[in-house]
Write a protein that binds this ligand. Structure first.
Ligand code: PHE
Length: 343
């Protein structure tokens, strides 16, 4: 059976009705429609165009017109469906409105060490202390000798030092500072009493790493030097600090100790509540302190007969662990966002 114009027109009318009724709601509806009607290879209208050469010559013009009109209609339907999907891309029927929202913006928070440091400096600021700083890399004289650590004395082993140079007989050694006490020396060398300062900063020790010690940590040094400063001033300042930082009901103990650069010396312990501990908790040392040793005052050119002073050095990590209930010091340095995001 040959191709006739009547048959072609009849098919065209059927397709025209189908195009009119097409429901093009989703991008895949639109694409299926395009392939069915005007797809390059098997599109229905494309196929019909291919039949034109087989029609009697006098019918070809009419067939061309009819098919062109049909193709236009299909194209117009496609275009308007496209338009609609672009201007109204959210198809509510396809979206589950009960799904939880997606959180793709993160707000940073301050590191717990930064938080603890700024709380500590705030408290001392209110008590009239200024802030001093010194280098993290020190020489032997500032870190040890001027602080009354005798040469080759076992006291130097109290703080396992990270040296950064080779040992040589005729050169003073360079090291990462093992405490913030060299800042006492640097500020006293650079000015005149009275001194009333704190020196926050990083210190380094070649220590075994455990839940409570790490190879680097933070200290806040304190130094007060003037005429007539006594140990009572020191104890008063430390107790005020402890109550401001840990709360009025903090349980503390002031215990005698030894440091080469203070005499007498004492350490301050804070009671750490630990429900799982057989004793319900344990004492935690948070700072060393004492009256500045006369040899230290002499090393920086001050007259120990005229001036007296006190000094203290506190860790930052341990008080932060107590305050924020952190059980392992290593958490501070692992940069695990799950930990950091809690502050
Ligand atoms: N520098 C001592 C330490 O690191 C602490 C300290 C500072 C003790 C000042 C007394 C006075 O352990």
């Amino acid at each position: 059976m040959g191709t006739s114009l009547e048959r072609l027109i009849a098919t065209t009318e059927e397709l025209s009705t189908e195009i009119l009724r097409a429901q093009l709601d989703t991008p895949s509806d639109i694409e299926a429609f395009r392939i069915r009607f005007i797809g390059q290879k098997r599109g229905l209208i494309t196929q019909l165009f291919k039949q034109i050469p087989r029609l009697p010559k006098e019918d070809r013009r009419t067939a061309g017109q009819v098919l062109n009109a049909l193709r236009k209609k299909a194209q117009a339907t496609l275009d308007s469906a496209h338009q609609k999907s672009v201007s109204d891309p959210v198809n509510l029927s396809e979206i589950d409105l009960t799904l939880p929202g997606r959180k793709n913006q993160w707000t940073g928070s301050r590191h717990p060490i930064t938080l603890a440091l700024s709380r500590i400096t705030d408290i001392f600021h209110r008590m009239g202390f200024t802030i001093a700083e010194g280098p993290e890399m020190e020489d032997d004289w500032h870190n040890f000798t001027a602080l009354n650590f005798p040469e080759d004395h076992p006291a130097r082993d109290m703080q396992d030092t990270l040296f950064i140079d080779e040992k040589s007989p005729d050169q003073p050694r360079i090291m990462m500072r093992t405490h913030t006490s060299p800042v006492q020396i640097r500020t006293m060398m650079a000015g005149e009493p009275p001194f009333r300062l704190i020196a926050p900063g990083r210190v380094y020790r070649n220590e075994a790493i455990t839940y409570k010690s790490y190879c680097l940590f933070h200290q806040v040094e304190g130094l007060v030097v003037d005429e007539g400063i006594t140990m009572a001033d020191l104890k008063d300042t430390l107790y005020r600090f402890a109550r401001a930082f840990f709360g009025e009901d903090v349980k503390l103990r002031y215990r005698s100790s030894f440091f080469p650069f203070t005499e007498p010396s004492a350490e301050l312990d804070i009671w750490w509540n630990l429900p799982d501990h057989p004793d319900g908790g344990r004492w935690m040392e948070i700072l060393g302190s004492g009256m500045v040793h006369p040899n230290v005052l002499e090393a920086v050119g001050l007259d120990p007969e005229r001036y007296t002073g006190y000094a203290f050095g506190m860790g930052v990590e341990r008080p932060a662990m107590l305050r924020y209930d952190i059980k392992d010091i290593r958490l501070f340095y692992e940069n695990d966002v799950r930990f950091l995001a809690q502050f």
